[in-house]
Design a protein around this ligand. Structure first.
Ligand SMILES: [Zn+2]
Ligand SMILES: [Zn+2]
Length: 301
């Protein structure tokens, strides 16, 4: 899994920095997570091919997370997109989109599937042979979800020299890496464990968008390889965090520590702070493996 941070800031524009958005590459699918206004410019500046995006996930109906959606949907038609696009978003965002498209009689050149999210419980919203996506209900001033991405069925590693020696036909190599027994050319059954070893670990990533400190999510995100958690404020501005239903760096740290995640990335910083290192310092008081999100940052998960 590879994650690219497209934007790392909160709602107010800041020179040279963009509102929160990310693109996740999981098993060759590209998922845009949140879509602030003018997303096309950010995609262009990082040389990401627009048509690559298979899914768009919207956490909630605040402008810094979805105002770019209608623009991107329209741009795709101008570019004569042909491949299907699936958008997962809160019901209210779907209603806004449909109204915008209807009023402007927008021509759509591709299959646009809009999946409305309205459950207050976690639900699996996508599943393939390779990975799944589930919602992480969050607590914010409007209906809001985070998203949990989990790889599955990572293949085992084949010892090719041994496979050749055991006279196994190449057409069975794939079966072996999937953990299935096969017969060799002599008619003997070969146990997959004999010629394969444990492959790559199935990785997991949790994206926790705007939320107040909400320990109910801990069970859901327990032991993920990477957690992104918003951290709009520093602890000294706790009252502001409370009022706006956002988290402080300390809140994000507590969640990361209690969920025993491997690594934490923080973002969605309020534009009032000049020195973002203060966020890292605050987190490190209780959780060490932390990094700041910044526009253009690449993370291998
Ligand atoms: Zn926001
Ligand atoms: Zn918000």
């Amino acid at each position: 899994m590879k994650l690219k941070i497209l934007g790392s800031q909160g709602a107010l524009p800041r020179r040279g920095m963009y509102s929160s958005s990310q693109i996740l590459n999981i098993k060759n699918k590209h998922i845009l997570i949140d879509c602030p206004e003018g997303i096309q410019f950010q995609l262009k500046s990082f040389r990401i091919k627009f048509s690559k995006i298979d899914f768009i996930l919207i956490s909630h109906a605040h402008g810094d997370h979805y105002f770019g959606l209608i623009g991107l949907i329209s741009t795709y038609s101008l570019l004569r997109r042909k491949n299907k696009l699936s958008v997962f978003c809160p019901r209210v965002v779907s209603e806004i989109l449909n109204t915008q498209m209807k009023i402007s009689s927008m021509f759509i050149s591709y299959e646009l599937e809009i999946i409305e999210l309205n459950s207050n419980d976690s639900e699996k919203i996508y599943e393939s042979n390779d990975f799944s996506i589930s919602t992480i209900p969050l607590k914010h001033s409007t209906y809001c979800n985070g998203f949990l991405f989990q790889e599955k069925n990572n293949k085992r590693k084949l010892n090719i020299d041994l496979a050749l020696k055991l006279n196994i036909n190449k057409v069975y190599y794939n079966k072996l890496t999937k953990g299935e027994n096969v017969f060799n050319e002599n008619g003997d059954e070969i146990n997959y464990r004999e010629v394969t070893s444990k492959g790559l670990k199935n990785k997991s990533y949790a994206y926790c968008s705007d939320t107040t400190y909400y320990p109910s999510i801990i069970e859901k995100i327990s032991h993920v390889d990477l957690l992104y958690h918003e951290s709009t404020f520093l602890e000294k501005d706790r009252e502001k965090a409370k009022l706006t239903m956002h988290s402080t760096a300390m809140d994000a740290a507590k969640i990361a520590r209690d969920a025993q995640v491997n690594k934490l990335i923080i973002g969605h910083f309020s534009s009032r702070y000049e020195n973002l290192d203060l966020f890292v310092n605050e987190v490190k008081q209780i959780f060490q493996n932390v990094e700041l999100a910044f526009d253009g940052k690449d993370i291998d998960i």
